[in-house]
Design a protein. Structure first.
Length: 287
């Protein structure tokens, strides 16, 4: 399967030839931060035939208060075991190909893509252009909700993506290249609609995730993405780059874009700015 992006025409062709030995499972990850129920409602109104729905708050994050009482950001990752159980309920196995999509410029599909890689799943891609691209390619929409062919929890393998926590990141400031995917006004600290403190982590560079897309909501080509990201790397290897945003969601969009550019191995800071700024002992930069 194409990696990490699959075009709508390629997915149409792929699904028309699917068989039991090479099944493609579809994940609709549509969501709206301002209206957490909107994504599921839009799924019910029409989705790629056979697609299952994953909810950002319920499936791609875990808001259970941690035992140590520490705030881990607005969309903390579930445990790997909990996400493995979610995939198992949908019948996902290592032998399957998985395609994630949404209606919001791949913001939430990228998070699902990263999390499947986090469990060691290799055959996973994001539908480039999402549901609008599917419709434009002549793909049909359905309203039937598929009955999951439940399996055992996904058999986790070694993670294919590295992660860093707040303490380790703070200790490494100045030695890693940090890229913030938020909009420029939030990065600078001019406005902060979601978190209690405005600004950014000292030393971070700003790459708003929307810059990864063209006017049709599809990712720029590999050469264009590489040309955009390489100056931000400053000669460092991709593995020395840490991505963050507000809560570890749109950071995955930049990770996906770098993978599409052939710049592999970057790190995610899942807690991102929402976790970082909740601790007054951590440094904050503005401007």
């Amino acid at each position: 399967m194409p990696y990490p992006l699959i075009s709508a025409p390629a997915l149409v062709d792929r699904l028309s030839g699917d068989d039991a030995e090479c099944r493609t499972l579809l994940l609709d990850c549509s969501f709206d931060l301002a209206d957490p129920g909107a994504g599921e409602r839009s799924y019910q109104q029409g989705h790629l035939p056979g697609a299952h729905y994953l909810h950002l708050d319920h499936d791609l994050a875990d808001h259970t208060p941690p035992a140590d009482g520490r705030f881990r950001g607005r969309h903390p990752l579930p445990t790997r075991e909990a996400f493995a159980a979610t995939l198992g309920r949908l019948g996902v196995t290592p032998a399957m190909a998985v395609v994630a999509y949404d209606r919001q410029d791949a913001i939430f599909a990228a998070r699902a893509w990263w999390m499947l890689r986090w469990l060691g799943h290799r055959e996973v891609a994001v539908l480039d252009g999402g549901l609008p691209a599917w419709v434009a390619a002549g793909g049909a929409l359905g309203q039937d909700v598929p009955r999951p062919q439940a399996a055992a929890p996904y058999p986790m393998a070694a993670s294919l993506v590295p992660v860093v926590d707040a303490g380790s990141l703070q200790a490494a400031l100045g030695r890693v290249r940090l890229i913030d995917a938020r909009a420029a006004e939030r990065f600078r600290g001019d406005a902060e609609p979601l978190d209690p403190v405005a600004g950014h982590i000292p030393g971070a560079l700003n790459r708003p995730f929307k810059h990864n897309l063209d006017e049709h909501g599809r990712f720029l080509g590999p050469e264009a993405l590489r040309a955009a990201f390489e100056p931000l790397l400053g000669g460092r290897a991709a593995s020395e780059v840490v991505h963050q945003c507000g809560s570890g969601v749109t950071a995955c969009h930049n990770l996906l874009a770098m993978e599409a550019a052939g710049l592999t191995g970057s790190v995610l800071y899942p807690g991102s700015w929402s976790e970082w700024c909740a601790d007054p002992s951590r440094p904050v930069a503005r401007g």
